[in-house]
Design a binder for this molecule. Structure first.
Ligand code: SAH
Length: 185
């Protein structure tokens, strides 16, 4: 197994995704998570992918075309905080990959305003579903977003939500934080 954050998270998420599921990629970026979700939901499933950057949507579109998966995805160039405007069904898995687009404009990073987006994702999550957050800190992104998100997650009702925060405990230089929020039955 590859222990990069994306692969590590996919490894956990793939246990849960079933053929026909609805999933959301809240930060499409270069399309890696969107492609993963499209593969897992199968021909009868659907994936909604959001990104505010035209370049990210273009890269994701290209990637899905190459993989012959375009029919399973709806690509939306808008902020993930508005996901409830576009998604009217409950979702099984919702992925947020915070930070900036690799190879893109570092100024367009996700911000502490992401809390609104996480709240929307909680509203859309199916029972037994998972929200995965990959949180970066340090570098261009700073620590503010990480702190804001972790403080918010602490306040979630433990009867309804299980929040698991993983860490690359013995790695230096602000390793990313894989977080899983489970909606309990
Ligand atoms: N740092 C990650 C990639 C993050 S990509 C990695 O190393 O793989 C994060 C994406 O979120 C970027 O493409 C950016 O355009 C997008 N983004 C920023 N704010 C957003 C918002 N409000 N809604 C949707 N996407 C957003």
């Amino acid at each position: 197994m590859n222990f990069q954050i994306t692969e590590y998270c996919h490894h956990i998420l793939e246990e849960y995704i079933e053929e026909g599921d609805i999933c959301i990629d809240a930060t499409a970026g270069n399309g890696g998570d969107t492609e993963f979700l499209c593969q897992k939901v199968g021909e009868t499933g659907n994936v909604y992918a959001f990104d505010v950057q035209e370049m990210a949507i273009a890269h994701t579109r290209e990637r899905l075309e190459k993989a012959n998966l375009s029919a399973r995805a709806k690509l939306i160039q808008d902020g993930h905080e508005k996901m409830q405007t576009y998604v009217k069904e409950e979702a099984k898995v919702i992925i947020f990959n915070f930070g900036y687009l690799p190879g893109g404009d570092h100024k367009i990073a996700t911000r502490a305003a992401s809390l609104t987006a996480i709240e929307s994702a909680l509203n859309l999550l199916k029972k037994g579903g998972i929200i995965n957050l990959c949180i970066y800190s340090g570098g261009d992104t700073g620590y503010e977003e990480k702190e804001a998100i972790l403080n918010y997650l602490k306040t979630l009702d433990s009867k309804k939500w299980l929040v698991i925060v993983n860490s690359y405990f013995n790695r230096k230089n602000d390793p990313p934080l894989p977080v899983f929020i489970y909606r309990l039955k």
